[in-house]
Design a binder for this molecule. Structure first.
Ligand SMILES: Nc1ncnc2c1ncn2[C@@H]1O[C@H](COP(=O)(O)OP(=O)(O)O)[C@@H](O)[C@H]1O
Ligand SMILES: [Mg+2]
Length: 512
């Protein structure tokens, strides 16, 4: 008998329906066709074992399983369950009647236990679009599937449950979660708050500007000055994720298999801080089974590169293209996959190899050449993508011993949101532009022209500091954000002046 069962393949962050056709006929061979990879081919052994363990006797006949369309590569062990169901249906152990209604995915253990799979959110979205009545997925993945409204979600733990359900012998509970309520309830809960950070007002201000305009930022300061501490608090002042943004970020985490079992929708902007020993593939994504990298896991959030100078130069080089495009394309001989990668880059670095260049109380033991070499290491690949460079001095004893809490994140966040609202309105008609950092040259000309005094100051600074054209654009963008934080339509010289102050590394370059 020939039967059809439906599963799905995930490419990039979207899924495609896969039809699994199985036929039993005379003979005693097993064929699996339709571009399966080696993990799918091995599924045969797992499935046979799971069937035997559960006392499902297969006829000694030739079984042919075809996975269509044949031009889509089927990867991993997630097809075990739909293949097993189709084999059982072909052998008439499962009634075929309900099969067209459901999209089924799951990995099988040898005893028939169903293991979680990746990309269930994308799979459920596709199932809904294709008009399926429901999805049958591993119990561990039900919360991601339940994000999709208007489709039934059945979580299963054992092969036997699936068989009995499809045969109409048992009912399965439907999973439904009020994701909106859960999403909004969790949005404002942060463990780390800026009220813990004493002093460092200039750095907090720079972080507020960065958050308000979506600017990339680097902090330069000696060890123990609070760089990591402040970076970790950045998500608490960023505007809340919209449902749409959350869905996209959640899809990526689902595809990467990185979603917490208790999470449906990710409710906070991600903060990813990969170690400096990370490989280029782990950072930007790839591998023989392409997987999203850290830059995609940071989508709609923050990528923090702590101790930037410690990263390998080739690792930093691969960041350039996604920083520009806000997505990454992974090319293989026969196909490409795209992953979104729109993140805010925050980096930290020591000012020199010993860490104490320009330190108020400690002596730096580095030569001027060593300092310059160190800064060149970070400035080469990335610095021209970073709008805000801020120097950070160690916090003084008076400040650190002050027991009063500093301004709380929620107050800073309110100002950030107000500035973002101004930007959202300004860029309404410009597709793909949401914040000042994303302004093109044309938009800069239109929206970021300073007044006469501002222009004069800019001209003087450009000449005396010998700044590049790139620095000029960055100053205008940052000045636009500073003006927005003040609610000022016009960019004044005070805004320009502050923005020029965020070019510390350009100035260091001048002194040597
Ligand atoms: N401004 C500050 N306010 C409160 N604690 C601070 C401050 N700066 C540093 N600290 C303390 O020092 C520790 C080390 O700071 P850290 O952020 O790791 O420094 P860095 O990354 O610059 O080397 C922090 O965990 C925190 O306990
Ligand atoms: Mg640190």
């Amino acid at each position: 008998m020939l039967v059809k069962v439906f599963g799905a393949a995930v490419q990039g962050i979207d899924a495609t329906v896969i039809t699994i056709e199985t036929n039993c006929s005379r003979g005693c061979m097993f064929y699996l066709v339709g571009l399966p990879d080696s993990a799918v081919k091995e599924s045969h052994h797992r499935i046979i074992c799971a069937l035997q363990f559960n006392d499902y006797k297969m006829p000694t006949s030739q079984i042919t399983v075809n996975m269509a369309p044949a031009d889509i590569r089927k990867e991993g062990a997630a097809y075990d369950l739909p293949i097993a169901v189709s084999m059982l249906a072909a052998a008439e152990k499962i009634a075929a009647g309900k099969l067209p209604r459901y999209l089924i995915m799951g990995e099988l253990s040898l005893d028939g236990t169903i293991q979680p799979v990746k990309g269930v959110l994308s799979i459920a979205i596709r199932a809904k679009e294709e008009g399926f009545e429901g999805v049958i997925v591993p119990q561990q993945n039900v919360r991601e599937a339940a994000v999709v409204e208007g489709i039934k979600v059945f979580g299963v733990r054992q092969l036997k449950e699936v068989v009995d359900f499809l045969n109409g012998q048992i009912e399965l509970p439907e999973t439904s979660i009020d994701i909106r309520e859960e999403f909004y309830a969790q949005q404002d809960r942060f463990e780390l708050d800026f009220s813990d950070v004493k002093g460092q007002d200039n750095v907090k201000r720079a972080l507020e500007i960065a958050a308000a305009g979506g600017h990339n930022l680097i902090m330069i300061g000696s060890p123990g000055s609070g760089k990591s501490m402040m970076a970790k608090r950045l998500p608490s002042i960023l505007p809340p994720l919209s449902l749409e943004e959350s869905l996209e970020t959640t899809k990526i985490h689902s595809v990467a298999g990185k979603l917490n079992r208790n999470t449906s929708l990710i409710s906070k902007r991600p903060f990813r801080d990969p170690h400096h020993t990370i490989s280029p593939v782990a950072l930007v994504g790839g591998g023989s089974y392409p997987q999203p990298g850290e830059i995609s896991l940071a989508h709609n959030g923050v990528l923090f590169l702590d101790e930037l100078a410690e990263f390998n130069r080739n690792v930093l080089e691969v960041l350039r293209q996604p920083l520009e495009d806000r997505s990454i394309t992974i090319s293989r001989v026969k196909w490409n996959v795209d992953y979104p990668a729109g993140f805010m880059l925050v980096a930290s670095t020591n000012p020199c190899p010993c860490g104490y260049y320009n330190h108020p109380t400690r002596d730096c033991v580095c030569t001027q050449t060593q300092v310059q070499k160190y800064l060149n290491k970070i400035s080469g690949p990335l610095l021209d993508r970073i709008d805000i460079q801020v120097e950070i001095a160690p916090v003084s004893f008076e400040k650190i011993s002050d027991t009063r809490p500093a301004e709380a994140s929620i107050a800073i966040r309110e100002r950030v949101i107000a500035a973002r609202n101004i930007q959202a309105k300004r860029y309404e008609a410009h597709r793909g532009v949401y914040c000042n950092a994303q302004m093109s040259g044309k938009l800069l000309g239109r929206y970021a022209q300073p007044d006469t005094q501002g222009l004069k100051l800019l001209r003087t600074a450009m000449n005396s500091l010998n700044l590049s054209a790139r620095a000029y654009d960055r100053i205008l963008k940052v000045a636009r954000t500073i003006a927005d934080l003040e609610g000022s339509e016009q960019i004044h010289y005070t805004h320009i002046g502050e923005a020029i102050g965020y070019r510390s590394l350009d100035k260091v370059g001048q002194t040597t």
